[in-house]
Design a protein around this ligand. Structure first.
Ligand code: HEC
Length: 199
């Protein structure tokens, strides 16, 4: 009986401690604080277990040919390179501020995953990280194109690199915008009937 009380008391103490930690604002939610080793290992473990349980056991139904890669590249350029970068292509500013960071997809961690696992991750996303779910906005066929492109990623051509570089440079276009009060004014609209004016 005393043992049971001890256990219950212990659990309560931990719960109160955790609540106080959160309620006093001591838990820092800033993305600038790198995750600890244990947090990282636990999150990777949970991700791998979840992927293994949910991913379909399927091979990519598309063949790895230039046509498929072209489709995959278009989606990767639009949706992925900003966070993940690519060989010879740095991620954009969004990717550089992520916590947890978006991994280099040419590494073994990713390339060792099965087609079905990659499909599931891209389709469903990874909760509580920056990794979005693309299933709600893309057709099954398009996601398989992306999976094929992920396999091709370690060996992309210089031409493909140039195309991907263009995407992050366009996203950072604001750096070249004139300073506030500069000469270029954004276009503006008026309600019908507004008399003409200079600026
Ligand atoms: C807004 C940023 C962001 C975008 C956009 C994004 N990702 Fe991610 N992605 C992440 C982050 C962050 C992780 C790591 C999550 C973690 O640590 O578990 C991740 C993880 C992944 C993984 C798992 C890596 C591994 O093997 O553990 C794959 C695969 C992946 N992303 C593919 C893609 C593809 C393909 C696209 C585009 C269709 C994409 N991502 C777009 C942020 C992003």
């Amino acid at each position: 009986m005393r043992f049971l009380f001890g256990v219950i008391f212990g659990i309560l103490l931990v719960a109160v401690g955790a609540a106080a930690y959160v309620m006093t604002g001591s838990y820092n939610t800033a993305a600038t604080i790198p995750p600890g080793k244990t947090e990282k290992e636990l999150a990777t473990y949970a991700l791998n277990k979840s992927v293994a349980k949910h991913a379909p056991n399927r091979r990519n139904p598309l063949s790895a040919d230039p046509e498929t890669f072209r489709g995959g590249l278009a989606h990767f350029r639009e949706n992925c390179v900003v966070c993940h970068g690519a060989p010879g292509v740095d991620p954009g500013e969004i990717g550089q501020g992520l916590n947890p960071g978006a991994p280099d997809l040419t590494l073994r961690r990713t390339q060792a995953r099965s087609d079905g696992e990659l499909y599931w991750i891209v389709s469903e996303g990874i909760r509580m990280t920056g990794m979005p779910a693309f299933g709600p906005t893309h057709k099954e066929n398009e996601i398989w194109q992306v999976v094929a492109f992920l396999r091709h990623l370690p060996g992309i051509t210089d031409e493909e690199k140039t195309q991907l570089k263009g995407a992050t440079e366009e996203a950072e276009h604001h750096e070249e915008a004139p300073p506030p009060g500069g000469t270029a004014k954004p276009p503006h609209m008026h309600a019908p009937g507004t008399p003409p004016h200079k600026d």
